[in-house]
Design a protein around this ligand. Structure first.
Ligand code: ZN
Length: 180
């Protein structure tokens, strides 16, 4: 009999191997240190990293680049000043490490930066188009390979639909503070 599990764990304690932060035991600064919206101040470190992600995304930087920059910025400007108490163990960790895997997981899977996932889908489309181009012409005859041409046209058509959808649905969400 086939054994099933859910693709997305709504209850992280019973479905622990999903791809998102809540299914991972590791520390995630964006998940664990989300500022309390009912209290003033103390959210500058958090917001500066959110703005960093938004700014780099607007510059169309790749996920790996954004991940590296966030990682080094966190290490330098945030990690030395915080402590984290784990919900599951109750233990407090001084200067918790935020790994690149955890940063990447949050950027792509948390929906806080859903435009990042969209950017990855765009990269996949572009990679497919480049690969299809590389196999378009039969070197011997010089003719167009019909199977590749058809796949290429189909990919471009779907890519256009994707771009139309993404233009209408996803934008970096700014959380800049109002100027006093
Ligand atoms: Zn997270």
């Amino acid at each position: 009999m086939t054994d099933y599990r859910c693709a997305y764990a709504v209850n992280a304690s019973t479905d622990a191997d999903g791809p998102q932060c809540s299914s991972s035991g590791g520390f995630c600064f964006f998940c664990e240190m989300e500022p309390d919206p009912t209290t003033e101040g103390n959210d500058d470190l958090y917001n500066s990293l959110v703005e960093l992600v938004n700014d780099l995304s607007e510059q169309h930087k790749e996920v790996s680049t954004i991940c590296n920059v966030v990682h080094s910025m966190y290490k330098r400007t945030v990690q030395p000043y915080i402590a984290w108490t784990s919900c599951s163990s109750g233990l407090t960790v001084d200067k918790p490490e935020w790994t690149k895997d955890s940063i990447r997981r949050h950027l792509l899977r948390s929906n806080q930066f859903s435009f990042m996932f969209t950017a990855v889908v765009r990269n996949i489309f572009q990679s497919m188009i480049v690969r299809q181009n590389e196999r378009m012409i039969d070197r011997e005859s010089g003719g167009v390979v019909e199977e590749t041409r058809r796949a290429f046209i189909e990919t471009v058509a779907e890519y256009r639909k994707f771009e139309a959808w993404s233009a209408s649905s996803t934008r970096p969400s700014k959380r800049r503070k109002q100027q006093a």
